[in-house]
Design a protein around this ligand. Structure first.
Ligand code: SF4
Length: 332
């Protein structure tokens, strides 16, 4: 029988550490994060704001705002190359060519003074080195793929002449224009109203499947995670708290923090009969005790060891990862 080997991941983040320096203090806002994204798969990063999701994506893109953030350690291997070791010019070539990003707010991602079709065409021409006429035809085809009706007249529209949903479709077209190997989508539906959100989730889900894209999806919306992702990584205070297949994690969360997130989710992902447990308190950005569970101040299940011993990230027999001292969490 032939031996089946697992293909290497398209992206492997290993022990990533990103520090924030502010007001005379310094702390690791991403603290030893290890994650992989397989080709053609979508990994969702979830967690409250301040959990390190967006900093992780910016580190992958080589766009960490400095100051206040600083890459302290770790590796980001993309198609076998460590992105943390590349020069700015090499990273610029990879960004928008092999790795593209969809940001949360379509209004600020587009140039208000340039017609939208031309903006996509310019991105295409820079990265693919094609002529104006070819780029225009490819843009019109792409606008159709992302569901923009009558693309020819819309090609000449300025961003303010389009609705929020149409602008987000333009951003998606721009991100796809260079056929990236990896797409980073940071809260791609948050700024849109509910009906348009559902349309954009449908569109992205279809494109991810049709184009077999590898995606990192950053969101606080677990319904979007359930609709789009294969795996989910739950971050808290810069640390990975739980990781596993979307279906398993959302149906049967292991970590108390994941349980609280799932319980607080409005509809669609909560198990029927599950008790809603409001997440008390907030995420303290500066406090990072070495010898304690970072979630202990908010955890309804905290017991003595949680205050004196940091729980390790444990791999269970069912392949899920969780970081908690509770015995039922550690054993599959
Ligand atoms: Fe709660 Fe303790 Fe588990 Fe941390 S280690 S999540 S405080 S039970």
């Amino acid at each position: 029988m032939p031996i089946m080997s697992t293909p290497p991941p398209i992206l492997a983040i290993r022990d990533l550490q990103v520090a924030i320096d502010a007001e005379g203090c310094s702390w690791n806002a991403v603290d030893g994060l290890t994650l992989t994204v397989q080709r053609g798969r979508t990994l969702a990063l979830v967690g409250e704001s301040g959990s390190g999701k967006t900093l992780t994506a910016l580190a992958v893109l080589g766009l960490l705002p400095s100051p206040p953030s600083r890459l302290v350690g770790g590796a980001i291997e993309f198609l076998g190359r460590d992105l943390t070791r590349l020069k700015d010019a090499q990273m610029r070539k990879i960004r928008g060519d092999r790795i593209a990003m969809i940001f949360q707010e379509p209004a600020t991602s587009l140039n208000p003074l340039v017609p939208v079709g031309r903006q996509i065409a310019e991105a295409m021409r820079v990265h693919q080195g094609i002529g104006e006429a070819t780029a225009r035809e490819q843009v019109l085809a792409l606008m159709e793929i992302v569901g923009i009706p009558d693309p020819r007249p819309r090609y000449r529209s300025y961003p303010h002449q389009l609705s929020g949903g149409m602008r987000q479709r333009i951003i998606i077209a721009m991100a796809l224009s260079c056929r990236p190997d990896l797409l980073l989508a940071d809260e791609p539906t948050t700024a849109l109203d509910a009906t348009v959100q559902a349309q954009i989730v449908d569109l992205l889900s279809r494109l991810i499947k049709d184009l077999r894209m590898s995606v990192i999806l950053i969101t606080h919306d677990l319904a979007v995670v359930a609709a789009m992702a294969d795996r989910v990584a739950v971050l808290y205070a810069g640390r990975l708290m739980e990781e596993g297949g979307v279906r398993e994690v959302l149906k049967d969360p292991l970590h108390p923090y994941t349980r609280a997130l799932v319980a607080a989710s409005p509809t669609g992902v909560r198990r029927s009969g599950q008790v809603v447990l409001p997440l008390q308190g907030g995420l303290d950005s500066g406090a990072r005790p070495e010898n304690a569970c970072l979630f202990a101040p908010r955890c309804p299940h905290a017991f003595a060891p949680c205050a004196t011993e940091a729980p390790p990230l444990a791999l269970r027999v069912d392949g899920r990862l969780a970081r908690c001292h509770l015995p039922e969490v550690g054993h599959g």
